[in-house]
Design a protein around this ligand. Structure first.
Ligand SMILES: [Mn+2]
Length: 317
């Protein structure tokens, strides 16, 4: 049903723009590469554009070089948005004209169904898993590098098969992707064991800001945005640090706080009892999942911290 709708859009159109959210992660890039392959295979004219570049550790995925950060000033028949809960997440200038047909494929629970064709499933771990299911339903066989891209997508969003979204379906999907040629050890090495020296230095500086609040139930780490340039690291080098904020005993909510003089961004994590998605949504522009969410306050760090800790204090009661 869903596949036939998407398939009809693919058949009836010629040019496709494929995009994903700002600060793209493995689910964005892996899903985009699988989508690119599907369209290119059918002889379609495809441009894959993201507002932010492919993180260094994901650039090993075959085909990653097709993803551009130069906005294509031309028209397309169809825009396919992957892994973004709303249009603003694309980080595009709002004056940019959007193709008349928008396909929205995503697994975020707060997706606004902004597409003309919405393929949404918040029960799955990753957008890559939705694409896997679409390919399976359609009986499409794909080469090992596409299996590898989908595997990287799912591995990223399950935190390397460690989060509570690591279901039997996830493992069966990934077992099948391995059978289809995904190199699991290679993906692991690139995603989790390939820091640059500057990237590891950045992590050390972030670790040095570790602090506990509200009787040890909240843990924070901080990243002043200027630090990335200062140590010669890349934005993506801080990825995964938010996950460490909930590893200490007794902590219920963890936050990696990125800030400059004007704004403060919170990447929140929960060990399960507190719904950080609803906390994030209580702040304009915020959103995410129950266990992982983000929001931005347009305040300097001390004021933003006070605001967020006050909200958390009420929630933790
Ligand atoms: Mn995702």
């Amino acid at each position: 049903m869903t596949w036939s709708k998407l398939n009809a859009i693919i058949e009836q159109n010629t040019s496709f723009l494929v995009s994903s959210h700002i600060s793209p992660d493995g689910d964005c890039i892996g899903s985009q590469l699988a989508c690119y392959w599907l369209l290119a295979e059918r002889g379609k004219d495809v441009v894959v554009y993201n507002a932010d570049p492919v993180p260094r550790k994901l650039s090993f995925l075959p085909g990653a070089q097709v993803i551009t950060t130069t906005f294509p000033r031309r028209t397309f028949d169809v825009l396919i948005v992957l892994d973004a809960s709303n249009r603003d997440r694309l980080g595009w200038d709002s004056s940019v004209p959007v193709p008349s047909c928008v396909v929205n494929i995503d697994h975020h629970q707060d997706n606004t169904a902004f597409g003309d064709c919405n393929i949404l499933d918040s029960t799955v771990a990753a957008t890559g898993q939705i694409l896997y299911a679409l390919f399976s339903d359609a009986g499409i066989s794909y080469p090992p590098h596409v299996a590898q891209a989908l595997y990287a997508a799912i591995m990223t969003d399950t935190g390397g098969f460690r989060f509570s979204n690591t279901t039997g379906t996830v493992l069966r999907t990934c077992a099948d992707l391995a059978d289809r040629g995904a190199d699991c050890a290679e993906v692991y090495r690139h995603l989790y064991a390939s820091d640059s020296q500057n990237g590891l230095t950045l992590k050390a500086r972030i670790w040095s800001t570790l602090a506990f609040h509200l009787g040890g139930r909240v843990c924070t780490m901080e990243l002043p945005m200027g630090l990335i340039n200062e140590v010669g690291a890349e934005y993506g080098d801080s990825e995964g640090m938010a996950d460490f904020t909930i590893t200490a005993e007794g902590v219920e909510v963890g936050m990696l706080i990125k800030y400059n003089e004007r704004e403060t961004h919170f990447s929140m994590r929960s060990t399960g009892r507190i719904d950080v998605g609803s906390i994030a949504r209580s702040i304009p522009g915020g959103g995410g999942h129950m266990n992982a969410a983000g929001c931005t306050l347009y305040l300097p760090l001390p004021d933003a911290m006070r605001r967020l800790l006050a909200i958390l204090e009420g929630t933790l009661e």
